[in-house]
Design a protein around this ligand. Sequence first.
Ligand SMILES: Cc1cc2nc3c(=O)[nH]c(=O)nc-3n(C[C@H](O)[C@H](O)[C@H](O)COP(=O)(O)OP(=O)(O)OC[C@H]3O[C@@H](n4cnc5c(N)ncnc54)[C@H](O)[C@@H]3O)c2cc1C
Length: 400
Amino acid sequence: MNDVQFAVVGKGLFGSAAARHLATFSESVAVIGPDEPADRRAHDGVYASHYDQGRLTRRADRNRLWSEMTERTFTAMTELEELTDRTIHRPVGSLTVHAAGVIPRHAREWFVDESRAPVDVTHWDADDETWRDRFSIFSFPGGSVAYYEGAPAGVLDPRQLVAANLEAVAGAGGQVVTEIVETIVETPDGVEIRRRDGLSITSDQVLVATGSFTNFFDLLARPVPTSVESETIVLATVPDEIGEQLASAPVVSFMIDDPHIADIYMTPPLVYPDGRWKVKMGANTSVDHFPMSVSDSHRWFREGPESIDEFADVAAAMISAVKSMWRGVEFIEFEFEPCIITMTANDHPIIDRISERTCVAVAGNGSGAKSSVGWGQLGADLLARRAWPDWIDRSVLSAG
Ligand SMILES: Cc1cc2nc3c(=O)[nH]c(=O)nc-3n(C[C@H](O)[C@H](O)[C@H](O)COP(=O)(O)OP(=O)(O)OC[C@H]3O[C@@H](n4cnc5c(N)ncnc54)[C@H](O)[C@@H]3O)c2cc1C
């Protein structure tokens, strides 16, 4: 007899959501993974994509599948806020701005075929400047096109969402185990999950939800077709009174025209663990790279973007972009932080069965937080061999 019926390896956004879903119908669930490092510069374990206070949420997305997964996440966040007394999501709305003719990657299909829009979105063409009065705190180049999606679009706190999912797992009688897993071995009777501390847990079935580190350990019979990419953010501190004043501003996606940065995403000021209010802005940059191993990832998280030779131009572009977007806001300090994302060729996560006893749920493609509960639930249902929704084409989420 195995220790548990279902094990989930990885207690990030996908894994914690999957474990919570499993715990709603099974009394025998364990979720295993390390906590966030106390100090990223002196850490030798694994890192993750969710160590932050803010992730943008919106239902407008690449297609119905992504939107539906986000819808499920909104529903779960409301339930979890009631259940755990945590504040997870703030529905401040979402503003997308770009030059006429540019279609944002995250919303390509949706913007092209507006008849598929799952939500009400207000749209202003390049010759209509009226949106600027409504969002007068922001400044964008003349001739921009704008879209606004109202509540519940906004910003979620990924640390709170993970914590709430895990609290719900424990509350339902599931086990939350804080340890790295180094190897998963399938045996005739089940799965042996070997932890870094030398102990093992056995289960009937295992869901691997280990984000960017999935192919860096001996967890799967074959690697999943993902690529791992560095991501750089700037945290721009504002005075407390400005933070409080601007906290309800919408999240922003801005397709900037710049040689060093592209595809900006930005939150309103949020309170960070040091108690200060910070605007978080991220972007694709000209120095993004592809860590291929645990040691590459360690170097990136320990040393951060400042260790890259050509980073000065990117840093200047990021600071200039933040300053230019907020009208009349004084910033106190700018800090740069490293992060990592997991991508696939078709811009969808992999939610698939790899073998008789192992499933995988990975690859948020840079925007998986807002739909993480949906992806986690799909992975959990697959693991438990529950019915797969008719309208979801399994091949889109296949590991190949
Ligand atoms: C800078 C940045 C900004 C982003 N902005 C947005 C946004 O605005 N909106 C949005 O929707 N998404 C955004 N994302 C993407 C989103 O955060 C990810 O898609 C999401 O975190 C993916 O969830 P995950 O569970 O797959 O991976 P993760 O959140 O990385 O979790 C994986 C977990 O697996 C664990 N793990 C790894 N290896 C092992 C092992 N060997 N044993 C046990 N556990 C292990 C890790 O500790 C981690 O907890 C952003 C990402 C980054 C980096």
